[in-house]
Ligand binder design. Structure first.
Ligand code: NZQ
Ligand code: ZN
Length: 385
């Protein structure tokens, strides 16, 4: 097992009817900016509940944070905060709103051009405003981690930053707030969480038994719960299990002491930035192709995954690996999430641009051994056609 240093300061308040707890979670004298996305949080009543819980506090709103939040939009929130002298941020939404809030929190007091935060992947962040979150979409884990993904529309760049300064102070996870999600977003969330676990598990053995079995438990839970949430959208316990699984998939716990890959995400981000494909839908294409192309380097973990997650014990090693990859693809497809580039009208002639964007963003040595070169990324994309 590798050495690690694990510190997660985010307080989680979980369960039905927990939004009222905001009154004790947000400082009584806070001047609050609520950040939200489109209209979903207003339509399903979450915004009204949040405002009621905040009582007499001075509360302002900033709406319109789009899926795959843009730098351009977020900088308008930064201006509003400076202008109105606000001191506490509250994100109400999914990963995009929470990620956007993290960027805003870091950008308000940033010395210099805030886009540097993204270009340096957070290395230059020295402080951030305090913020909390009310999660409405289980998927990204942003509610309990220190990562954020922001896009610049003008250059079609989608970059990641992380900093210990942008852990949420708290996140309220009320599964009933996910009832209003379109089922396509629920399916996206299952695929995103599944892929997060895989990026931290499907590498090479590090004799990290607790982390491996936690990861396998999360994968099995997602395989079980995904179809159930889609079949019974009003099943509270199914929603609650999905929500907690997605949070646990990317809060640092299963990454402690093990190698991590993340090449599926980095390739996927370029597909979103160039072609507007939903984040999770890029992963559903890239992950099976990635496992196929890098099957030799990942052989030991692929066999472990086949046996422990999918209970595949028959056949030669190569047959078991083939079947594990096929089962992964079939799982995504069974949720209604396609796994081919062609399903999004992306063809072989688009691959070169994806590769040049990876190059422009320094994504030339990805993966747990930094051996995913542009050539390997090209082969992965070709395998996803
Ligand atoms: O904008 P509104 O109207 O709120 O609608 C949203 C949006 O259209 C809707 N929605 C959210 N909660 C809802 C709801 N609709 C009805 N009822 C509700 N309760 O869902 C749509 C998608 O929302 P979004 O926040 O974009 O989805 P998600 O949570 O999947 O976030 C995706 C973003 O997170 C980044 C992705 O790259 C992408 O930009 N990621 C962040 C990570 C992190 N911080 O650790 C890790 C992930 O790998 C991911 O990269
Ligand atoms: Zn993701």
């Amino acid at each position: 097992m590798n050495n690690f240093d694990l510190h997660n300061p985010t307080r989680i308040v979980f369960g039905a009817n927990t939004i009222s707890r905001l009154d004790e979670l947000v400082p009584a004298t806070a001047r609050v900016l609520i950040l939200y996305g489109g209209e979903s949080a207003r339509r399903n009543g979450t915004l009204a509940e949040v405002r009621a819980a905040l009582g007499q506090r001075d509360v302002r709103e900033f709406g319109g944070i789009e899926p795959n939040p843009s730098y351009e939009t977020l900088m308008r929130a930064v201006e509003q905060i400076r202008l109105e002298g606000l001191d506490f941020l509250l994100a109400v939404g999914g990963g995009s709103v929470i990620d956007g809030t993290k960027f805003v929190a870091a950008a308000v007091g940033y010395q210099g051009d805030p886009w540097e935060i993204m270009e340096t992947h957070g290395a230059t962040v020295r402080r951030a405003m305090a913020f909390g979150a009310v999660l409405t979409l289980p998927a990204t884990g942003s509610e309990m981690n220190s990562g954020s993904v922001v896009s610049k529309k003008s250059t079609k760049a989608k970059l990641v930053f992380s900093s210990p300064h942008v852990f949420p102070r708290f996140s309220v996870l009320d599964p009933t707030k996910t009832f209003s999600l379109p089922l396509t977003q629920v399916a996206n969330g299952v695929v995103d969480a599944f892929t997060h676990v895989m990026e931290q598990y499907m590498t090479y053995p590090a004799d990290a038994r607790v982390q491996d079995r936690f990861a396998e438990g999360l994968l099995q839970t997602l395989v079980e719960i995904g179809p159930q949430v889609l079949a019974e959208p009003s099943n509270y316990d199914a929603r609650a299990n999905l929500m907690w699984a997605a949070t646990m998939a990317l809060n640092g716990l299963i990454a402690a002491g093990v190698p991590e890959d993340w090449s599926t995400h980095m390739i996927g981000h370029e597909l979103t930035a160039l072609h507007g494909v939903d984040h999770a839908r890029t992963l559903a294409i890239v992950l099976p192709a990635n496992m196929q192309v890098r099957r030799e380097a990942k052989r030991a973990k692929l066999l472990q995954y086949a046996e422990r997650v999918w209970r595949i014990t028959e056949g030669s090693e190569d047959q078991r690996i083939d079947e594990a990859i096929a089962r992964t693809r079939a799982f995504f497809e069974s949720l209604g999430v396609p796994t081919r580039l062609r399903d999004h009208d992306i063809g072989a002639h688009h691959i070169e641009t994806v590769i040049s964007q990876l190059e422009a963003h320094g994504m030339t040595a990805l993966g747990e051994r930094q051996d995913v070169t542009l050539e390997t990324s090209r082969r992965i994309l070709e395998a996803g056609l």
